[in-house]
Design a binder for this molecule. Structure first.
Ligand code: FEO
Length: 398
């Protein structure tokens, strides 16, 4: 793919990874691949904002060479040290050895520890600027969005925000702009990205966005370092981020369970039926059969979490246990929750689930429901009522 001019004199020179299917050490399934976006700004001085993942260094350099000889790059802006954006640096520095690198103090430390390069590095802080000619870049530190080194770069003359991971999506496409992409898929991927990567940092994200909005700067285009560029209405994705960062929810529930011989599954299906009949949206996931990344995405806007497991060794089953540990790390807030499950002789799963839900700081909406061996007709009716009552609590009627 050729470089793409996204604004006069500013080019996308990134790479598309069509076939990557896992990310962040298999914590994220990238069913639609991803892109590593880098941007080349041609002015009196030439600046490259971010690089790409190491195996794609040759693609980045080839694209740059289609615009200018790579040795003419004056500045490299390293918004983020994570290797999916910095991995190409060792190869890049071979073709533009005189380029000066700009980033935060943490970025300087991180780049050194990753690559042990002798870089001409200038540390920047929020409000520092770099004049290129007609354009000036302004740096905005964004620690923990989502690493300590993270930074945004803003170009006022172009009303362009280059926020690295923020507002990104793992979405490989031949289109580069939001108005060219499938809208449902785009927002679905943006939501999945937020849920799985940025959710734990919601309070930081909320403050950073509010601070940027208070600065009164005009942002007509947001060019993140993964996926599609937002140019149709940048407030669309900013407002979505504000809502997710505030942990705003919809009147919907997710029922997530793991079952050994099908008893907990029977309970789950009756609970979901009770929720549906109360008029609420519900999604049901057997976590042992589900894509965890997708489940977390569905949890982002759900008001209610209902978690179930069969008992095994006086505890919940291992897949749901691992999943709950992952969800705990995402730090969901403002949800209501409940637990259910089946057991053979001594229970334990439901108690363990309740414990984890409490550790997450979630409100247990109602007493848990447990069933010995397999649910009989009366117990299935109890499960139905459990779901029905939970739905009423979500909608504020119970
Ligand atoms: Fe896309 Fe935090 O790297």
């Amino acid at each position: 793919m050729r470089p793409l001019e996204i604004k006069k004199g500013i080019y996308w020179v990134g790479a598309i990874n069509w076939n990557v299917r896992t990310f962040h050490g298999h914590t994220y399934t990238t069913n639609r691949g991803t892109t590593y976006n880098a941007y080349l700004i041609i002015d009196d001085k030439i600046a490259l904002v971010d690089a790409v993942y190491g195996p794609f260094a040759y693609e980045l350099i080839e694209k740059i060479k289609q615009i200018v000889p790579a040795e003419k790059i004056d500045y490299i802006i390293a918004n983020h040290v994570e290797p999916d954006h910095s991995g190409a640096l060792p190869e890049l520095m071979k073709v533009c050895p005189r380029a000066k690198v700009f980033g935060t103090e943490k970025c300087k430390e991180g780049l050194y520890r990753y690559y042990y390069l002798d870089l001409d590095f200038q540390t920047v802080k929020t409000g520092d600027t770099l004049k290129l000619g007609k354009r000036t870049l302004t740096f905005i530190e964004a620690p923990m969005i989502h690493w300590p080194d993270s930074m945004f770069t803003y170009c006022a003359e172009e009303e362009l925000l280059l926020p690295n991971d923020a507002f990104g999506q793992h979405y490989a496409t031949s289109e580069r702009f939001d108005d060219e992409a499938d809208q449902c898929v785009l927002m679905d991927e943006a939501k999945k990205y937020y849920a799985n990567i940025l959710w734990p940092f919601s309070s930081v994200i909320l403050k950073k966005i509010e601070d940027i909005l208070k600065m009164g700067i005009s942002i007509k285009m947001i060019a993140p370092s993964h996926g599609i560029i937002w140019r149709r209405d940048s407030m669309n994705i900013i407002n979505a981020y504000l809502s997710w960062a505030k942990n705003e929810t919809k009147s919907k529930a997710v029922v997530i369970y793991e079952t050994m011989y099908g008893s907990t599954e029977k309970m789950a299906r009756k609970i979901a039926e009770g929720i549906t009949d109360a008029g609420l949206n519900v999604k049901l996931f057997d976590i042992s059969q589900s894509d965890r990344t997708e489940v977390v995405s569905d949890m982002l806007e759900a008001k209610g979490f209902i978690i179930g497991s069969s008992t095994h060794d006086n505890d919940m089953l291992p897949t749901i246990a691992g999943f709950l540990e992952f969800v705990k790390g995402l730090r969901p807030k403002n949800r209501i929750a409940a637990a259910f499950g089946s057991y053979g002789w001594a229970g334990g799963a439901v108690v363990s689930i309740e414990k984890v839900l409490k550790e997450m700081g979630l409100e247990l909406a109602m007493p848990s429901v447990s069933v010995k061996y397999a649910p009989d007709e009366d117990e299935l009716k109890r499960c139905y009522s459990f779901g029905n009552d939970f739905a009423k609590k979500i909608s504020g009627k119970g």
